[in-house]
Write a protein that binds this ligand. Structure first.
Ligand code: AP5
Length: 205
């Protein structure tokens, strides 16, 4: 299974990816997580990405395309993956098309999580409060001020992907305002309906 989760910050991409990888035994490829790890490790990529991420902008296409290209070359990617946070621009989507074409792989679906903007800030605030209560370090971009910029980046650069994948008949939209369980159930239903789920992988948790 090869799918993309598309949606604005706080729409539930990471939450749903986590639930689906356990259910189907595939990989979650989150460029946000990979970039945060690079920032923490102070790698050359991390040093370039740090300030851009903290300000709510998008890291240059060539950097994230390079990260994903290297990751898809690793043997474990052959068992299927959920892309969470990639692609985020039309050039990234075109690069992904090229990568998959060269590997003779097909994308099953792009699942757009649609959530009202007013709910996004609430969710990010809840995440921050929960992380603080657990004594975890909160993300530097999880402030109301930076969220506005992340949303602006989403609208300007990522929303055009809705049209891109709709034209290619890959787009399926899910109401991300439902409960976490209902959203997972709906994604599951879609994956079965399009035949992306093989019965032998269909392990319920
Ligand atoms: P990234 O890490 O991808 O962040 P994001 O897209 O802003 O998304 P979030 O992680 O904030 O939210 P999410 O949609 O995963 O929601 P979640 O499940 O956590 O990117 C960070 C930065 O890295 C970018 O700004 C950019 O700088 C850079 N970057 C990354 N990829 C890039 C790329 N391809 N190109 C260029 N730059 C890139 O849920 C949020 C909260 O809501 C949680 O608390 C959760 O419990 C709750 N929640 C989830 N679902 C529900 C629900 N249905 N009902 C109620 N609450 C819910």
């Amino acid at each position: 299974m090869r799918i993309i989760l598309l949606g604005p910050p706080g729409s539930g991409k990471g939450t749903q990816a986590q639930r689906l990888i356990h259910r189907y035994g595939i990989l979650q490829l989150s460029t946000g997580e990979m970039l945060r790890a690079a920032v923490a490790a102070q790698t050359p990529v991390g040093l370039k990405a740090k300030d851009i991420m903290a300000g709510g902008g998008l890291v240059p296409d060539e950097i994230v395309i390079g990260i994903i290209s290297d990751r898809l070359d690793q043997p474990d990617a052959a068992r299927g993956f959920i892309l969470d946070g990639f692609p985020r621009t039309v050039p990234q989507a075109e690069a992904l098309d090229d990568l998959l074409r060269k590997k003779r792989l097909k994308l099953d679906a792009v699942i757009e999580l649609r959530v009202n903007e007013s709910a996004l800030l609430q969710r990010v605030e809840t995440r921050v409060a929960e992380m603080r209560a657990r004594g975890e370090e909160v993300r530097v971009d999880d402030t109301a001020e930076v969220l506005v910029k992340r949303l602006a980046s989403y609208r300007a650069l990522t929303e055009p992907l809705i049209h891109y994948y709709s034209e290619r008949r890959k787009l399926l939209t899910v109401d991300g305002m439902m409960t976490i369980e209902h959203v997972t159930h709906e994604i599951d239903r879609i994956l079965h309906a399009i035949g992306a789920v093989e019965p032998k992988n269909d392990r319920q948790v």
